[in-house]
Each structure stands twice: as structure tokens, then as C-alpha cells.
Design a protein around this ligand. Sequence first.
Ligand code: SAM
Length: 245
Amino acid sequence: APGLYVVATPIGNLGDITLRAIAVLARADVVLCEDTRHSRTLLAHFAIGTPTRPYHEHNAAKERPRVLANLSEGKRIALISDAGTPLISDPGWKLVRDAIDAGHRVEALPGASAALTALAVGGLPTDAFLFAGFLPPKSAARRTRIAELAAAPATLVFFEAPSRVAEAVADLAAVLGPRPAALARELTKLHEEVRRAPLDQLAAELDGKTMKGEAVILVGPPLAADVSDEDIVGRLIPALGDMSL
Ligand code: SAM
């Protein structure tokens, strides 16, 4: 049927694509890709010859009207990102919104996502989690953001670029204290590794090291001991003191 298909692709292991994803990508009129070169490798692996078109942060605003016009013509449009589920720290939500507003059919094909995969192996509570995407790249803004999330009664889930994992974990430890945490790297890949340790210990292990490979950082919910006001003030004030307020 015509419509917009939001299709999850693997986060490393190509075996994690679904049968339905292959069928929908093969039958689509066009596959919108974050990076067409990257995705053509994936499509070629499954012998999918569907034409591709770029849809990324930098051309999305210009591209959206064209996609909506294609949908009005009755086309089947698939949206994929470089890895995992589109829209999750990846482009697409405005396209989905506009397609819905215009009355088009929107269907999601579930599959891999690094956030849920990390939660599944992290060993931390999963009854409530707060997906917080990427933290700000600069330390002052990052600590402010972490302080905003400190009281959430949920496991915190962060994406991070390999080059910033160590400094992000250091800031998490500085603001949140020794909460249980997990660092999940290279999930579903050959060198998958999950480190589970309190934040301070994780920060000490990573200190001065540059991590390789993509990683998800998980931080357990506040410990009972964290709830005292003195404790929060005692930790947050020095952490906030680093900022030039
Ligand atoms: N939409 C994707 C998803 O659903 O998984 C996430 C895209 S986001 C731009 C990329 C981030 O996801 C990386 O920086 C990393 O934090 C995380 N990530 C992606 N693949 C991963 C993997 N195989 N192992 C660990 N983290 C991964």
C-alpha cells in the first residue's frame, strides 16, 4: 500500500534485519537514507535494487515537500537511517508528523535499536527508563543537563560518540555520584563489550582513555541515599561551580 514506512535496520550485525524490512525495502518506490552510500552497501547485501535518495539533517527541510508530494502520488516511501531505528537520535520525526498531518498512511517496522539492546544487557532496572539521547558536547552544558535528569526515578539511557565517552562518564559520576551504571559498546558486533560498574569506578577505568566503537551509557535510578537534600546540594553545587554562571 502507498505510504511512509519507517524501517529499522541493524546496529552492527546484518542478521538483525527483519524479513518484513527486506520485503518492504525491496517493494518501495524509493528508500530515503541518511547516507545513501552507507545504505547502498546494506541494500546490496540483501540484493535490494530500490532507488535511494538522501534524507538527512541538512537537506530534510528542503526534501520534505518532495516526499509529501510523492506520497500524494501514491508512492511507497521507506525511511531508514545509518543504523537502528530511524527517528531515535536520527532524522525523521518531522517527516512522520507532516505525513500524518497530510493524512498519509505511516507504518513502522520495528527492529534493532541501540537503546533497547543496551537496556536488555545492562543489568539495570528496566521498569522505567529515560532515553536522553546525546548529552551536550561541552562539559558545562553537559553537567547542567545531567543535573536536570538527576531526580528522574528511572534508568537513564545516553548515546555517546566514542571520543566523548570518558568525559561524559566523568561528568555523570561528578554530578550523580556512585550510582550503578553500564557501558555497552559495539553491541551485536564481534567485539561487543558491556562494562557494569558504579559510575565512579567506570569513570576511573576510562580516565584518559579514548574508547573505540559506538557506545550506550546506562545509569541506574537514584539510590535511596541520594534522596537527602544535603547530598544533592553537596554534589550539585560543586558540579555547577565549574560553570561560569
Ligand atoms: N537510531 C539508532 C538506534 O536506534 O540505535 C541510533 C543512532 S545515533 C545517531 C548513534 C548512536 O547510537 C551511537 O553514538 C551510539 O551511542 C549508539 N549505537 C549505535 N549502534 C551501536 C552499537 N552497535 N553499540 C553500541 N551503541 C550503538
